[in-house]
Design a protein around this ligand. Structure first.
Ligand code: 6GU
Length: 235
């Protein structure tokens, strides 16, 4: 899987070298390329932003560097990528979308800063690939970099071979539409807090039933919105 990231802060992505995704990169499972948007500027100050037409606060990212960046990356890859612009005005990123990303051969992430990117860039990008605006959730970050890091990690760990034991991927929060059940390890009692006895019973059927009940109970308490969804596993 190839991932291109266009940003004015390429250093943000240095942490992709470490941990799970770092190993996936050195094993050749993930081909991540980080690009400085300013390489596609031509003025002495390497300008990427300008004042908004119509007035208002803040600056808007100019379309020209974005156009050249997308042209060059898409031409180099030679096929139509998925082009993702992180934006608090986008659709919300969820596990099914992470799964979709993990099955995509080539994703280009365009990290906006300031008050956003000139709207015409999204329209132009649609000629080169399938465009999606994607948000992490209902709060505002300073730019798309942290959001892209989250999306790359969520999708990258679903690429076959990236996570050592694939079983650990299925029994997780959100994979079955519910929150994960609670986990315990030794000792059997710690600071007057015993492990739930059913987990020590050796009765696998009882353990499975208890875990399912815990998933439903926690989801009811913390995330009732998941149970109200059309595709809720509780329906
Ligand atoms: Cl994707 N970008 C920004 N700037 N803020 C966000 C976000 C994305 N998702 C949530 N807040």
């Amino acid at each position: 899987m190839r991932i291109d990231i266009v940003t004015i802060f390429p250093e943000f992505f240095d942490v992709l070298e470490v941990s799970l995704l770092g190993r996936a990169r050195s094993k050749g499972l993930l081909d991540v390329r980080v690009h400085d948007l300013r390489q596609w500027t031509h003025d002495r100050h390497r300008t990427v932003d300008d004042t908004p037409y119509g007035g208002g606060a803040g600056m808007v990212m100019k379309p020209e560097p974005w156009g050249e960046a997308l042209d060059e990356i898409v031409a180099d890859a030679g096929s139509r990528p998925l082009i993702v612009f992180p934006s608090p005005a986008g659709e919300v990123f969820t596990q099914p979308l992470a799964r979709r990303f993990s099955r995509t051969d080539h994703i280009v992430f365009g990290c906006g800063r300031y008050e956003g990117i000139d709207e015409r860039v999204f329209d132009y990008a649609a000629a080169l690939g399938d465009v999606r605006l994607v948000s992490l959730g209902d709060y505002v970050l300073n730019g798309g970099e942290v959001a892209v890091m989250a999306m790359v990690e969520a999708a990258g760990r679903l690429v076959p071979g990236v996570v050592g034991n694939p079983d650990s991927l299925v029994e997780e929060s959100h994979e079955d539409g519910l929150l994960e059940y609670p986990s315990y390890t030794k000792p059997a009692s710690w600071r007057d807090r015993p492990v739930p006895p059913v987990l020590l019973s050796g009765d696998h059927g009882a353990v499975d039933a208890w875990r399912r009940e815990q998933q439903l109970e926690r989801t009811r308490a913390r995330r009732p919105d998941l149970l109200a969804a059309d595709d809720s596993p509780a329906l």
